[in-house]
Structure formats: structure tokens, C-alpha cells
Design a protein around this ligand. Structure first.
Ligand SMILES: Nc1ncnc2c1ncn2[C@@H]1O[C@H](COP(=O)(O)OP(=O)(O)O)[C@@H](O)[C@H]1O
Ligand SMILES: [Mg+2]
Length: 295
């Protein structure tokens, strides 16, 4: 069942959020007065160069960091004011996917154990139900359920990211924060994972906060885009609008740096290209131990 917001209005509202870090004797704002809203089922892309504050922003939203200033309302609840216990419960609905899925997976755990882990932590279901759910999740992300007893390191990068996505989906979240989720992957594999994320969004009614330094990737995924520079959102617009009529010089520079293949007629083809690539193109098979890249 799609896990959509119970109440109308934005699923996520960020208000005047700031986060400071020490720099020498001073402190600087890694995130500075950021505000936005994200409606259920939509994708907000956050783009900006490395160091512009994207990860810090996402960490404040999910409360891995406590922001010094500002508020985060999630699914009608003041997320910033939640107690540890309330946070643990509510955080089930907000999950994160990282650039390096291996880093967030316990190397001693099999794929099945890694995906089941959030269910165990939150005491969801009996062992048999959990095993069924793991099976279902593996299929959902385009992995052969026979992969369950292998270890994450036995898989290719794209497959590892699928494992990370399956784990993130285990608790049926409403919001998925993808922080550079495809940045470490080859372009063709990026396209498969992006396509998978789009399919999952349609199927499960997910809401995405999609973060990348790569505007081409963000463009593919986003209904709206927020451009960050030095901790601030310097421009916010619907995706088409941003490309058609960027208001800031900085945004224009980012757009001009997007890789493209020139084509007769002068039209741009943004990379990576998703059309015609099924999200499960090459990934349904048992894990491969070969050293050669398999995708
Ligand atoms: N834990 C931290 N302590 C001190 N400075 C940090 C920390 N995390 C990030 N920063 C700094 O905050 C700024 C924003 O970093 P980050 O949010 O990681 O940017 P991005 O994800 O856009 O690359 C950078 O200048 C970075 O060096
Ligand atoms: Mg980052």
C-alpha cells in the first residue's frame, strides 16, 4: 500500500533552517536560512557544487544534526521538537539513501539481514513475515531473491545501491532523501538506478528530496529544483522554468556546465539518458563474484 501523507498540505516544510560549524575561532553557516515546502508524491531536487551545504541540510532535516535555527515540519509534526523516542518512531517514515551503500551496510550481515535489520530494530512482524517482506523488497528493487544469502560486497555498485534502496524501503517510508545516490556509479548504471527510483515513486507514492551536484541528474528526477550556493538557496523554481529562464548567474553557470551531446537542430540531450532503459535491465541475476564489472 502506498504510504501517502494522512493530512493535506506539504509532507515536508523547512523554515529558516541554519546550521553552523566552527571554522578557526569563527563559525560559518554551512546551511543558511533555508526554507522550502515539498508536497506528497513530488520530487524536490537540490543542486549545488560540492561544499554548498546539501548534505548538511539533509542531515539537519533527518536530525542527524540539530540545526541551530529554524524548523522542520514533517507529515504535520514539528520534527525539530521531537523527543528521542518520538523521533525514532517518526523517522521510520523518512529514510535516506547515500552515495556509498556499502558504508552504511554492516559487512558481517547478509543482504537479507541488512534489509531485515530496520524491521528487527523497530520490532515489525514475526520472523516469517519479515522474511517474506525481504523477498518482496528484493523483487521490488530488481534483485533476484536468491541474492538474499550473499554479502553486499559480492555485488556490483549498482546492485549494492539496490540493496541500499531495499533497506531504505523496508519500513514503508513516505519520504526518501537521496544524497548523491548515483554519483559513484557509471552513467549507464546511473540511468538504471534513476529509472528504478522513478518506478518506485510511481508505484509507492513516495516523496523524494533528491540531492546531487549534477544538474543533469537532478533535472531528470525533479518537479522543482532548489539551487544551493554557500549554504543558501539562491534559486528555486519548477524544473522546466529553471532551465528556460534561470534568474541567477550562478544557476546559468550550472546549466552551462551540464554535459550534453550536440545534435542536429541544436537540441541538447542531457546525460544520463533514461528513455527506453528498463529499471531492471541487467540486474536480475544472482550475485557475481567475478572481478570484472558486470553491468
Ligand atoms: N561535520 C562538519 N564539521 C565541520 N564542517 C563541516 C561538517 N560537515 C560539513 N562541513 C562543511 O560545511 C560545508 C558544507 O558541506 P556539505 O554539507 O557536506 O556540502 P555538500 O554536501 O553540498 O558537498 C563545507 O564547507 C564543509 O566543509
Ligand atoms: Mg554532500
Amino acid at each position: 500500500m502506498p504510504n501517502v501523507a494522512a493530512s493535506k498540505g506539504p509532507l515536508l516544510r523547512v523554515e529558516h533552517l541554519s546550521k553552523y560549524f566552527p571554522r578557526g575561532r569563527e563559525r560559518f553557516a554551512a546551511v543558511k536560512d533555508v526554507s522550502f515546502e515539498l508536497q506528497p508524491g513530488e520530487t524536490l531536487g537540490i543542486v549545488g557544487e560540492s561544499g554548498s551545504g546539501k548534505s548538511t541540510l539533509s542531515r539537519c532535516i533527518i536530525r542527524l544534526y540539530d540545526p541551530e535555527e529554524g524548523k522542520v515540519y514533517f507529515d504535520g509534526v514539528d520534527f525539530t521538537a521531537l523527543s528521542e523516542k518520538g523521533l525514532r518512531r517518526k523517522r521510520q517514515d523518512m529514510q535516506m539513501i547515500f552515495q556509498d551503500p556499502l558504508a552504511s551496510l554492516n559487512p558481517m550481515m547478509t543482504v537479507a539481514a541488512a534489509i531485515e535489520d530496520p524491521l528487527v530494530i523497530h520490532k515489525v512482524g514475526a520472523p516469517r513475515e519479515r522474511a517474506r517482506r525481504v523477498h518482496e523488497l528484493l523483487e521490488l528493487v530488481g534483485l533476484d531473491p536468491a541474492a538474499a544469502n550473499a554479502f553486499p560486497f559480492e555485488f556490483s555498485g549498482g546492485q549494492q545501491q539496490r540493496i541500499g534502496i531495499a533497506r531504505a524501503l523496508a519500513l514503508n517510508p513516505k519520504l526518501l532523501i537521496c544524497d548523491e545516490a548515483v554519483s559513484a556509479l557509471d552513467v549507464s548504471i546511473q540511468a538504471q538506478i534513476l529509472r528504478l527510483l522513478q518506478d518506485l515513486q510511481a508505484q509507492l507514492g513516495l516523496t523524494y528530496l533528491f540531492i546531487s551536484h549534477n544538474l543533469a541528474v537532478v533535472e531528470h528526477m525533479s518537479d522543482y529544483i532548489a539551487v544551493m550556493n554557500h549554504g543558501e538557496v539562491v534559486e528555486y523554481a519548477a524544473t522546466e522554468e529553471l532551465f528556460r529562464a534561470p534568474k541567477q548567474e550562478y544557476t546559468r553557470t550550472l546549466i552551462d556546465s551540464v554535459p550534453y551531446i550536440p545534435r542536429p537542430g541544436g537540441r541538447r540531450i542531457q546525460q544520463p539518458k533514461l528513455e527506453g532503459i528498463p529499471s531492471t535491465a541487467f540486474d536480475i541475476r544472482p550475485p557475481l563474484l567475478a572481478e570484472t564489472p558486470v553491468e
